[in-house]
Design a protein around this ligand. Structure first.
Ligand code: FES
Length: 316
């Protein structure tokens, strides 16, 4: 973990804030690759993950963008509304589970709302490399988007690369994810970050493609909302059913029911609690699985991941 200091709080719009941090030691921060995220420890001990939006490369600061739409998580509200320049935090080094394939012949990026953050970092990297890319970006209204002025400037410079789908006002429209995927050459790589409904459509549209070319990531606030109603675990081998209420992990609930599951870090880092999923869609929150393993949904880490939907069937 690194000790960092908040150096700037800015606003992209009514709903989107940007925050910058530097090391309190004054040392440069480690390089971060496009798509990387960091974890911040808040004063109450809670941890929150945010994608870095800096252009990749050596930098004196890390910048994140946070959306406050709907019911934002407590930590996001704290950082945007209560934290002050000069406040100190503990931060993990950057981790990248959503890495850009830099030598892909083409990159298609699909974002929803604040899900633009890792993709904005990728666009800056692709521009540095002069690689071809297209962005399809959906948002409820302009205030729920970020980096719009810079995206529009890129589009003006080379038309045909940025398509915005703004859900309100005259000419409101939605993205046709199936058509976007179909229009991407087989050798191209596809990236998606946004709300669950968008990711579900993306998963369905990309099922027939080579899994190594398909990359997706939930953004933090959405991940927490997905399991906010709790979900049911069906244990196929022991023929038992248990309910995981909001705020508890599957591992905790299984242990309190007397079901023995091996664990180590309880932070989604060591992989000890990895368990086979027979049915249902996990909400992956670990740092262990690769993009391909996440998309396949064959296993999950019970100590930290949740459920997209109401039920998971596990090989337990
Ligand atoms: S206990 Fe370490 S990943 Fe779950």
């Amino acid at each position: 973990m690194i000790d960092v200091e908040l150096t700037r709080i800015g606003q992209h719009s009514d709903e989107v804030f940007s925050l910058s941090f530097r090391a309190t030691s004054g040392e440069p921060l480690a390089d971060a690759s496009a798509g990387a995220h960091i974890r911040i420890t808040l004063p109450d001990g809670a941890e929150r993950s945010y994608s870095l939006v800096n252009p990749p490369g050596p930098t004196g600061e890390y910048e994140i963008a946070i959306g406050l739409k709907g019911r934002p998580a407590h930590g996001s509200r704290y950082l945007c509304e209560l934290a002050k320049v000069g406040d100190r935090f503990r931060m993990s080094p950057p981790v990248n589970r959503f890495a850009l394939v830099e030598d892909a012949p083409h990159s298609t990026l699909i974002a929803g709302g604040i899900g633009i953050t890792p993709l904005w970092s990728m666009i800056q990297r692709l521009e540095q490399l002069e690689r071809p890319w297209r962005l399809f970006y959906a948002m409820r209204h302009r205030d729920s988007g970020a980096f719009l002025d810079r995206l529009e400037a890129l589009e003006a410079r080379q038309p045909g690369r940025v398509e915005l789908a703004i859900g309100d006002g005259a000419g409101s429209r939605r993205l046709d994810i199936e058509a976007i995927v179909a229009s991407t050459p087989d050798s191209g790589h596809l990236y998606c970050c946004g709300p669950a409904s968008m990711l579900d459509a993306f998963r369905t549209a990309t099922l027939h493609r080579d899994a190594s070319t398909v990359h997706l990531e939930y953004f933090g606030a959405q991940k927490r909302e997905l399991s906010s109603l709790g979900y049911t675990l069906e244990l196929a081998r022991s023929k038992r059913t248990v309910f995981v209420p909001p705020g508890r992990t599957a591992l905790d609930v299984l242990h309190s029911e007397g079901i023995d599951v091996a664990y180590g870090c309880k932070q989604g880092i060591c992989g000890t609690c990895e368990t086979r999923v027979l049915s249902g869609t996990p909400d992956h929150r670990d740092e262990v699985l690769s993009d391909e393993e996440r998309v396949s949904n064959r296993t999950m880490m019970l100590c930290c991941s949740g459920c997209v939907g109401e039920r998971l069937v596990l090989d337990l």
